[in-house]
Design a protein around this ligand. Structure first.
Ligand code: GLN
Length: 448
């Protein structure tokens, strides 16, 4: 164990012991009394859950991992939080993340890094490293995450847990602090696919408070997860998401997964997605562009921190400048600058416009691939958990870790990461490898 709480993992930014106990006791009392009320309890009633600190909660702070929202309390609950409260899941607290969900390692949190329970000198993935580490370390059986470019799936992969990014619009984003609104999606983090499916079922469904919410009925994901028959299932291996840049151990586990699926009766085919080559570049223009606009609300007036310049007049501009200079960390500033540039007059068509065209091409690649296959498969991340600090000063290397998860967000389709065995990167013990399954939009049940 290293210094600090929770054996030094720092998965939680806030622990709500009393509230969680009260809910648990309430569920116990209902169960003990029996009768109709006990029967009406949700199957997950009494199962504790941790919530990524990007999702707003009444009575518990929401920081988004940023000094900008230090001590800030939301006056309302996110829709997903309303739903877990209604089903009586005790909320254990709020989990650490990269500031405003920007990162792949949880090292960009203003409140310290979260450590990977498999090896505390390594990253737990990001941005949702806190939720994944809490579940992997048996601190919580369930957690909520958000996935804009992989922040549920990649932490799942490197901590040996299960994480699902639902179809865009199928889980309400109301109350998830916006990073890139056309890509963000809330989803479940768990230790088994069935647990993830049951939580997914609970949080999905139409919400009039989210203008992009789909009107669809929620399928029985739990039942889908209990179906283990893959005979006749056509599984498409994405040619572009393997090979160069992927660690040997990751590729070995991936091949074994394919063999196991083939042995279980699945048909393995190869699919070609040529535009994926440009997915990362497109994402890192669209995502910062939307974030630069979304984060404009942190102006020192409406939310959270307010810093006044040391001398000179207190104009709105100067207060805003001082607040944002002090409140945002380097990665957030980097993306706001990049996004503002990409959206500025004269550059808009060349950068943002081109990225949107790439997005369309990626959607077409997926459409063609899903003509040949029912689900697609790839490693979730090119590497196992890397050492803390390794990519911190090299943003491009950090961004490259998202290469396999980003296409799903650009196309709005669902994806899951499941544990696929262990591999060493040649420098220490074996660590979890994640396998990603992708399905067409609205076919989330298929990934289970
Ligand atoms: N790692 C990606 C990024 O830094 C994804 C983040 C996310 O999904 N929230 O943008």
């Amino acid at each position: 164990a290293v210094d600090g709480g929770e054996a030094g993992l720092n998965a939680f930014l806030h622990v709500s012991r009393d509230e969680a106990l009260a809910t648990a006791e309430e569920v116990d009392a209902v169960r003990a009394a029996g009768g109709a009320e006990a029967e009406a309890l949700h199957p997950l009633a009494g199962v504790p859950i941790a919530v990524k600190d990007l999702i707003v909660t009444v009575g518990q702070p929401t920081t988004a991992g940023s000094r900008m929202l230090e001590d800030w309390m939301s006056p309302y609950d996110a829709t997903v939080v309303e739903r877990i409260r209604a089903a009586k899941l005790p909320i254990l607290g709020k989990t650490n993340l990269d500031e405003f969900a920007m990162g792949s390692s949880t090292e960009h949190s203003a409140y310290g890094v979260t450590r990977n329970p498999w090896d505390t000198d390594r990253i737990p993935g990001g941005s949702g490293g806190g939720s994944a580490a809490a579940v992997a370390a048996f601190e919580a059986p369930l957690a909520l995450g958000t996935d804009t470019g992989g922040s549920i799936r990649q932490p799942g992969a490197v901590t040996g847990t299960v994480g699902t990014k639902p179809t865009y619009g199928s889980v309400s984003r109301y109350g998830a602090i916006a990073m890139a609104s056309s890509l963000d999606q809330i989803g479940p983090v768990a230790r088994t696919t069935e647990d993830a499916a049951l939580l997914h079922e609970l949080i999905a469904g139409h919400d009039p408070k989210d203008s992009t919410s789909l009107p669809d009925e929620v399928p029985a994901f739990g039942a889908a997860a209990r179906t283990t028959d893959v005979s006749g299932l056509r599984i498409g291996v994405i040619k572009q998401l393997q090979g160069e840049g992927y660690q040997e151990g990751v590729l070995a586990r991936f091949q074994e997964s394919l063999e196991a699926l083939r042995a279980a009766g699945a048909e393995i085919v190869e699919v070609d997605c040529p535009s994926f080559e440009h997915a990362l570049s497109a994402y890192y223009l669209i995502m910062p562009s939307e974030a630069s606009s979304n984060l404009a609300r942190f102006d020192g007036v409406r939310y959270g921190a307010r810093v006044e310049p040391e001398d000179g007049p207190l104009t709105i501009e100067r207060v805003m400048g001082a607040t944002r200079a002090a409140g945002f960390g380097d990665e957030v500033k980097r993306r706001i600058i990049l996004g503002t540039y990409a959206l500025s007059a004269g550059y808009y068509d060349a950068y943002y416009g081109s990225a949107q065209k790439v997005r369309t091409l990626i959607q077409r690649d997926f459409a063609a691939a899903f003509e040949q296959a029912d689900v697609l498969i790839s490693p979730t991340a090119p590497t196992v958990a890397f050492p803390l600090g390794e990519k911190l000063d090299d943003p491009l290397a950090m961004y490259l870790n998202d290469v396999a998860t980003i296409p799903a967000n650009l196309a709005g389709i669902p994806g899951i990461s499941v544990p696929g065995g262990l591999a060493s990167d040649g420098d220490g013990a074996a660590l979890p490898v994640g396998i990603q399954f992708l399905a067409p939009a609205r076919e989330d049940a298929r990934v289970y």
